[in-house]
Design a protein around this ligand. Sequence first.
Ligand SMILES: [Zn+2]
Length: 338
Amino acid sequence: MKDIGEWLARPGGAERRSGRLPVGTMASGAEITLPYVALRGARPGRTLWLHGQVHGDEINGMVAALRFAAGLEPAQMSGNLVVTPTGNPQALDARRKRNPYDELDLDQTYPGNAGGLISERLAHALFEQVRGVADVLINLHTMNPLFDARPYTVYKLHRESSVDEATLFAAMAPFSPHVACRQDVGGRGELPGNIAGALDYQCLAAGICAFMLELGSGSRLEPDNVALAERGFRALAQQMGILPGSAQALPAGLRRVLRRGWLTANEGGLFVPRVRAGDRVPAGESIGEILQLDGSRSAVPPFTHDGVLIGLRSDPVVHTGERLAFVAWEWDELPLPR
Ligand SMILES: [Zn+2]
């Protein structure tokens, strides 16, 4: 049942509503639901959908989306806003990325399965609401709590989608991301997993303009990143004609990243960086050193190419094979249409 879409399409004028989509129950009888907030504008128009989190320890996006919705007046709107603050309520309650009852990565399970594991059922319940209703969807994330990052975006391209790269760039521009990463759905150079199961990729397949907005670090509230997201939501809603007024000054262009990967530790110890998240690191430079507990120290091997630090480890405790930095290795500057 498309509860949200049917309500938005109903004539009745400006109204705000919140509710819960039933997904299942726990052994105790506690209900497993997906909460939502929906705002139907006074006049018909497009629908912006903010999905607060798919990973349960990523907080900034859900706070920003709920605050943005709370500050809007449906009578001023031409079109609609939907906020689904969490797609992964059991992981949120457990303060962890994955659902503790099946350990699946929810952002690798869309469009889901109504008869599957609980993460697959949660994915299915959300996607049934989104499909045919959202015009633009933002899949909100942060990095892992052990890393620092400046706000950035990630997007995919879908061969059969009506949504092209220029459309995605126009929607991402209001957030002034320091990099806009084009992610290969094959996952080359990144971590293993089913990238095609991402919510934004499945939205593209369904003709919805969708991307990931990465808002800093997990398991904490970062007020600057929340504020940046709220400003961006407003400008995007103006760009979509949902809110009156014209958008803030947009950046002249975005740095498009075409290849990225993780730099991992060769040896255990305490990682002390000499750079910051967002920095550009020239070939030949090391990003820091590893201190061993016997008092010795060794430099992290220098970069073989220029790189831009998308994410940088802030927890110094590292073992062999653990991640030190998430690095953009290839990029270009793409001007935005005026
Ligand atoms: Zn995430």
